[in-house]
Ligand binder design. Structure first.
Ligand code: ADP
Ligand code: ADP
Ligand code: MG
Length: 456
């Protein structure tokens, strides 16, 4: 049954984005807000606001009981979890299902299986999708970790099975570091995700991060092509684009087909993303994880396909079967998204909350700005520092970069520091222009520039 009222269990720019998509479909919105968020843009847009708890996320946006209670009391018939927070929490999704409320995402069982990295890996192996050589399932104690690392070969990467947002990950060069880093990663995983399960993979040097967007209705699955997110800092994406800067048609087809076959295998419903590492030297790709939710960078896919992914999520959750077939989905041109954070790039990206004294959004054809900002808004210090995503589209990559330069110059945000200067530098960089990068490229580029700055 089509959704009539939607509870939005998230904040920030994604809550704004979900409000917009819901309005476009004539859906009434009920916005959850912590006490720190009651004057947010999302709250101003929503039909109704429900205060769910104090500013600390653990007591509001991450409090399963408080949110489920608020959802029930609101009488909403569906809930959109956004990204982060409870979006991939099977316990939360089970509680929503048990209350007879539609969850905008896959069911709890699918999230438990595909949202857990070690389990999703096993699923990928069973579907014949290549994975990075690594441990079978979770690693046990330190002895087990030592044995597995010897078998896989150093350097290895240890990862939190429940991980996300680049947390709980360590690159391990040798056995001595393993002894130090395994307990560290475990502690970080326990603190961040309430689950200290770890697994291990071979560390792939100079890989590119390429991911495939899929949409499923529980029976049929289609893909909306790939995105490249190789420009990262601390394993968090900074700049994303579609299509991938350098990928042959044969590899692109194989990648997208593998994503669809894996999603089909689990009868995937709603939007999901399958992430891969791509080794451009050997042209091999390896599945690394699935995100069973909307992703931050979904707008670049919307820009090249013309499909509104959040509206699609809401329609699928309302029970609609996919209304297009794979052959109906085409891609045109090139899109780039840059993440604008309230951080000071000159001071080790220190968070920069505070009052936004001046704000004017970038204007122009093929420029989109998804943001929580407005003039006079006070950015609160409790959450993720993402304040906006600048998305540009053009017929080809070179033109998209020029549009990005123009857009960055016309965006005005004063009162806080932002990562705009970093993006200005990237948008005029020769190697970025050539698409010659990998997941470790940005950090060494920044280190080299710091060195230059200290010599100057
Ligand atoms: P994406 O590919 O969509 O960027 P990420 O894994 O980076 O996916 O996560 C998206 C956002 O959600 C990031 O801002 C990250 O900080 C946050 N996030 C991811 N996982 C969690 C989690 N388990 N708890 C809280 N926040 C999370
Ligand atoms: P998260 O859930 O935090 O997003 P991912 O498994 O997606 O964790 O990994 C985050 C990033 O870490 C990737 O985008 C990539 O840059 C890097 N990475 C992950 N696995 C490997 C690997 N086996 N070798 C090299 N880099 C990796
Ligand atoms: Mg990831």
């Amino acid at each position: 049954m089509a959704i009539k009222s939607l509870f939005i269990a998230n904040r920030g720019e994604i809550a704004v984005r979900i409000n917009k998509a819901a309005k476009a479909l004539g859906i009434r919105t009920i916005q959850a807000a912590s006490e720190a968020d009651t004057d947010s843009l999302a709250c101003r847009m929503a039909d109704e606001v429900v205060v769910i708890g104090p500013p600390q996320a653990a007591k509001s946006y991450l409090d399963v009981q408080a949110i489920v209670q608020a959802i029930k009391a609101s009488g909403s018939d569906a809930v959109h979890p956004g990204y982060g927070f409870l979006s991939e929490n099977p316990r939360f999704v089970s509680a929503v299902e048990a209350a007879g409320i539609a969850f905008v995402g896959p069911d709890a069982a699918t999230i438990a299986k595909m949202g857990d990295k070690a389990m999703a890996r096993a699923e990928a192996v069973a579907a014949g999708v290549p994975v990075v050589p690594g441990s079978e399932g979770r690693i046990g104690d330190l002895d087990d970790a030592r044995r597995q690392a010897d078998r896989i070969g150093y350097p290895v990467m240890i990862k939190a099975s429940a991980g996300g947002g680049g947390r709980g990950i360590r690159v391990v060069e040798d056995e001595a570091s393993l002894e130090r880093l395994v307990p560290q990663a475990m502690a970080e995983a326990r603190a961040s995700f309430g689950d200290d399960g770890l697994y291990m993979e071979r560390y792939i040097q100079h890989a590119r991060h390429i991911e495939v967007q899929v949409l499923g209705d529980g029976t049929d699955v289609v893909h909306l092509f790939e995105r490249e997110c190789s420009l990262q800092r601390k394993r968090q994406k900074v700049w994303e684009e579609a299509p991938a800067a350098m990928l042959s048609k044969a590899v692109r087809d194989a990648l997208c087909d593998s994503a669809v076959s894996l999603a089909r295998r689990v009868n995937y419903r709603n939007a999901g993303t399958l992430e891969y590492l791509y080794d451009s030297k050997t042209q091999e790709f390896f599945f690394i994880e699935m995100n069973t939710r909307i992703q931050v960078e979904h707008p670049v896919t919307e820009a090249i396909t013309g499909i509104d992914v959040v509206q699609a999520q809401l329609r699928i959750a309302g029970g609609e079967r996919l209304w297009f077939a794979q052959r109906d989905i085409t891609q045109t041109g090139h899109a780039i998204e840059v993440r604008i954070n309230a951080e000071n790039p000159a001071k080790m990206f220190m968070p920069s909350p505070g009052l936004v004294t001046t704000y004017s959004s970038p204007e122009g054809d093929n420029i989109r700005f998804d943001t929580l900002l407005f003039e006079g808004y006070r950015i609160v210090p409790y959450y993720d520092s993402l304040v906006g995503k600048l998305i540009v589209w053009a017929p080809d990559r070179r033109a998209a970069i020029v549009t990005l330069q123009t857009a960055l110059n016309s965006l005005k945000v004063e009162g806080i520091h932002t990562t705009v200067p970093l993006h200005r530098a990237l948008a005029t960089d020769i190697e970025v222009g050539e698409g010659a990068f990998h997941t470790a490229w940005l950090e060494s580029w920044m280190a080299a520039r710091e060195l230059e700055a200290s010599r100057a």
